[in-house]
Design a protein around this ligand. Structure first.
Ligand code: ASP
Ligand code: MG
Length: 425
């Protein structure tokens, strides 16, 4: 019997009515002749509310306690969903991450899955029941409850699909699939029918909010086919294929050059001014940055002034890492010998992604041309084989996304994208 893993996000299980609708859908999948394992997120904004609750008693909650608290959100939705399915006459049992055998490292708040031993889940399926698993959580080697980071339920679903050798991992969300841009910014964004995991990885890593980055990495590594679709409609969504299946030379000739435009407002920029332009200076600087735990994305070093022998180095990093990184750089000021430190959180990043870029010259010229025509200044640029990213002022980012989207003929001529819920932020 085919095995389907279905993951429902927070907006799909926001209230009792939604949970009943989801239960019906699960039962339909089961009655169509599939074994079904379900992964759920917390209802609606529960995770945020739990975070607020913790913040109301302490400014610095213990990471261990915070993880136990946050996993409660998914436990509520899993139990209610199991009840709703049982009410429809199908056996359903819910399991915490720990019960489902999701083993992680001990990095509270951002734990990585190190193994999945879903014995209890396999047994439930064998017995003809539906297994509901709490997303976003696992257990560490020393039996502490951990969470996988915001949006981590996607990763739970893919990891379970891999461990159970499922035929497909369906990710249900509040839009019809992946789009060529965020439909909240570009109403004419087109739904993508199929995309490679490599492209999805670049989109997710550069701000596209639809899938947890680690879920895509996991799916790619274990060859799990993902189908992203809406729980509010029965339309076919977006299939994320593994590169080997679809990236043959012939098919890439037919495929669109560009998969989509991602944007990211969550980055900040640090500029270190007056750094001595000598061998080893950048190495020392970025050792300090790495020590602060920051994930640096783009780096630009200005041409140094020959008169002073000094240069400026700018780099982008998640805003969340901004404070700690600035503090580390200040603490190392004597050693690094720079003149000044600036922080700018008003930047936006646009990324154009497409596997076809490899074989098509002129993509960057067209991108820069589109931004020039829209009067948008580019502050930084970085590229990979299949991506070009630019940093702009945050306030013109939406305009930039729209301009680039139409310059590459990605606008849909027919239906407007439907956003069923959520904010996409
Ligand atoms: N409930 C968690 C969050 O809001 C995990 C998830 O939804 O995937 O981030
Ligand atoms: Mg999510």
């Amino acid at each position: 019997m085919p095995l389907v893993v279905q993951k429902f996000g927070g907006s799909s299980v926001a209230d009792a009515t939604s949970i009943k609708r989801v239960a019906k859908r699960i039962v339909e999948t089961k009655e169509a002749g599939n074994d079904v394992v379900v992964v759920v997120s917390a209802m609606g904004d529960t995770t945020d509310e739990l975070l607020d609750l913790a913040a109301s008693v302490t400014a610095k909650p213990s990471e261990r306690e915070l993880d136990i608290l946050l996993t409660a959100g998914e436990r509520i939705s899993m139990a209610i969903l199991a009840m709703a399915i049982t009410e429809l006459g199908v056996t359903a049992r819910s399991y915490t991450g720990q019960q489902a055998g999701v083993l992680t490292d001990a990095a509270h708040g951002k734990a990585s899955i190190v193994g999945v031993v879903p014995e209890r889940i396999a047994r439930t399926i064998q017995e003809g029941g539906v297994a509901i698993v709490a997303g976003f959580q696992g257990v560490s080697e020393n039996q502490d409850v951990t969470t996988l980071g915001r949006g981590g339920s996607d990763t739970t679903a893919v990891a379970l699909a891999a461990a159970l050798d499922a035929d497909v991992c369906e990710i249900y969300t509040d839009v019809d699939g992946l789009f060529t841009a965020d439909p909240r910014i570009v109403p004419t964004a087109r739904q993508i029918t199929s995309i490679t995991s490599e492209e999805t990885l670049e989109m997710a890593a550069h701000g596209a909010k639809i899938l947890h980055l680690r879920a895509v990495e996991y799916a790619r590594r274990y060859g799990v086919p993902i189908h992203v679709r809406s729980s509010f409609s029965s339309k076919v969504g977006t299939w994320i294929s593994n590169d080997d299946d679809s990236q043959s030379e012939e098919s890439s000739m037919e495929d669109p050059i560009i998969a989509g435009v991602a944007h990211d407002r969550s980055q900040g920029k640090i500029t270190v001014k007056g750094v001595p332009d000598v061998p080893g200076a950048a190495a020392r600087l970025f050792a300090v940055v790495a020590g602060a735990g920051a994930n640096v994305d783009m780096i630009v070093q200005n041409v140094s002034s020959s008169a002073t022998g000094l240069t400026d180095i700018s780099f982008t990093l998640p805003e969340a890492d901004g404070e700690a990184t600035l503090a580390a750089l200040r603490a190392a000021a004597g050693d690094l010998g720079y003149a000044d430190l600036r922080y700018d959180d008003q930047i936006g990043k646009l990324s154009l992604v497409g596997a076809g870029m490899r074989s098509h010259p002129g993509v960057s010229a067209k991108l820069f041309g589109a931004l020039f025509d829209a009067g948008i200044n580019i502050e930084m640029i970085s590229t990979s084989e299949i991506r070009i990213s630019v940093v702009t002022r945050a306030e013109v980012l939406d305009d930039a996304v729209r301009a680039v989207h139409s310059a590459f003929d990605l606008d849909s001529s027919d239906s407007e994208a439907v956003v069923y819920g959520g904010t996409g932020r």
